[in-house]
Design a protein around this ligand. Sequence first.
Ligand SMILES: [Zn+2]
Ligand SMILES: [Zn+2]
Length: 136
Amino acid sequence: MSEQKRYTGSCLCGGLRYEIRGEIGDIVQCHCQRCRKANGSAFATNAPIRKADFHIVQGEHLLKKFQSSETTQRCFCSDCGSPIISIKTDTPDLYRLRIDTLDTPLQQKPTQHIFVASKAEWDSICDGLPQYNERP
Ligand SMILES: [Zn+2]
Ligand SMILES: [Zn+2]
């Protein structure tokens, strides 16, 4: 039996803590306007995780959901505003983790840029990763 991966993470205020008992999928840099607004930055760094692997171990009452489009809910800490996960109706078994809330060091690197057609006009992508105008 292979060893189960385990990651921990938390929001900025520390009120909300979670564990992932499983794998973290391919990391993407999302430049869509909704991610930019939600994070106040040039892009969001997200990775899929299995819903069944995600466990809130503290502060579940702090997790607030915002319906940012017909198909997407964004979940964030209602005390400090840290974005934690998003949930899309077309992939109900997955959450998209905002990986910068992890406290466990991550060995994986980003794999691609998505929604670059809507990236900020002042932003320059300087790495050699594949770029997609929308979600590939
Ligand atoms: Zn918080
Ligand atoms: Zn996005």
